[in-house]
Design a protein around this ligand. Structure first.
Ligand code: NIG
Ligand code: FE
Length: 413
């Protein structure tokens, strides 16, 4: 059935068809239309315009936006929301002075989540992850990338990826799956890292590909995790199975992750708390989307990536939540957008573009998602009436999102 949304105070985030990302000064442009209507049919946006030209919509379900704003749904291109249990004990350890790296060296961190995941049934894992999916849906996310990486054995990586596949089949949100077998070295392989990398390339990847469970391959390329050489080996192995790379890079050190990602045509390099002018230059003019995760920098008390310098140098930037139990136990993309403005001095327009169109690009779906564009998925949310777009970023804890639509269908909030 058709859907006609009337009396929209402002439509935010309009883009022309065919624009797959915005870079540099374009990031600061956010096209809007005041006093508007929007029509959707069969899950896609078919038209929008000013209320003075509103179609009658006899054959449509009519929704009155009551003067609120309409935003394209957030796209969250980097999450780890399939995990078992939680890690608040490590949160206390951090409060008491341990760093993320120290916790990992003591066998906590990712290995702690891997132990829990191993003991948890696929069914239970699915139910826990679905709780989080419902949570982020209510907060305005309409498309999501989910990584494996808490399995660390062939069986458990497949278990995680099957759960992601089941989520994809049961929810209307668009889901992309990333194989992250190289998240850390499995407990049984500590001291035998090269053998673990061989396992990832020669056993896990073929098994994942055989079942068609992943769209992308990821590696945690950082100090204390995987080297540049190992990362290149895994990216190349992924290419043999048609998986493009999305790399965890430069979170803990100037790791070489940006360079190796760009050299191998990665779709995105993510984190980037520790990048400088050389890495910004490396990214320039490439198809790789630098993706910033301010929620992780905030939660771990790290320095924030130099977003301003990156945009001023002409780069596009994507924003994502990194929702995971260790470094970012939140998937609230609206908070991510506000953090980007507050902590990284991105303008509201830049931050919104980064969390929608550019984040869709960073998971290969920006032809169908990430903006209000004729032909794109009818994924959007309506807000309470607000004095300006900036108000939405500024009043960052006020519950302003009123109604959610994914594929033209209204979802409960
Ligand atoms: O993106 N940095 C690596 N991986 C995750 C954290 C995973 C965890 O601590 O469980 C991240 O921050
Ligand atoms: Fe991550």
């Amino acid at each position: 059935m058709k859907l006609l949304v009337k009396n929209i105070g402002t439509i935010v985030g309009i883009q022309p068809p065919g624009r797959l990302r915005v870079c540099g000064p374009e990031m600061g442009q956010l096209e809007t239309l005041d006093d508007a209507w929007l029509l959707a049919d069969e899950g896609h946006i078919t038209a929008f315009g000013p209320m003075t030209e509103c179609p009658p919509g006899e054959d449509a379900r009519i929704v009155d936006a009551e003067g609120g704003m309409l935003f394209p749904s957030f796209c969250d291109s980097h999450t780890h929301i399939v995990y078992a249990g939680s890690r608040e004990q490590e949160f206390l350890d951090k409060i008491n002075g341990l760093s993320y790296e120290e916790i990992a060296r003591r066998g906590g961190g990712i290995l702690n989540s891997a132990d829990r995941l191993h003991e948890t049934s696929e069914e239970e894992l699915y139910h826990q992850a679905m709780e989080r999916v419902r949570e982020i849906t209510r907060m305005g996310t309409g498309a999501i990338e989910i990584k494996s990486g808490y399995g660390l054995s062939t069986q458990d990586e497949l278990k995680m990826l099957r759960v992601i596949g089941r989520i994809r089949q049961t929810i209307p949100l668009t889901v992309r799956a990333t194989f992250l077998g190289a998240h850390t070295v499995a407990r049984d392989y500590i001291g035998r890292q090269a053998e673990y990398v061989d396992l990832v390339c020669n056993e896990m990847l073929p098994a994942v590909a055989r079942e068609g469970l992943a769209d992308f391959v990821d590696v945690f390329c950082d100090e204390g995790f995987f080297t540049v050489e190992e990362t290149a080996q895994i990216i190349k192995a992924g290419h043999e199975y048609g998986l493009r790379a999305k790399i965890h890079a430069n979170e803990l050190a100037v790791s070489g992750g940006v360079e190796v990602g760009v050299a191998h045509g990665a779709l995105s390099v993510d984190h980037l708390e520790r990048i400088g002018a050389a890495q910004i230059e490396t990214l320039h003019g490439t198809t790789t989307m630098p993706t910033l995760l301010p929620g992780a920098a905030f939660f771990l008390g790290m320095i924030y990536p130099p977003a301003r310098a990156m945009i001023d140098a002409g780069l596009g930037i994507a924003l994502a939540s990194d929702y995971n139990p260790g470094s970012s136990p939140s998937g609230n993309m609206r908070t991510v957008v506000s953090m980007a403005s507050i902590c990284m001095k991105m303008t509201p327009a830049e931050a919104l573009n980064a969390a929608t169109l550019n984040s869709a690009y960073a998971m290969g779906i920006s032809a169908e998602h990430g903006s209000i564009t004729q032909g794109k998925a009818a994924n959007f949310f309506l807000t309470a009436p607000m004095p300006s777009v900036t108000y939405f970023i500024y009043a960052y804890q006020t519950p302003l999102i009123r109604r959610i639509f994914v594929g033209g269908e209204e979802l409960p909030i």
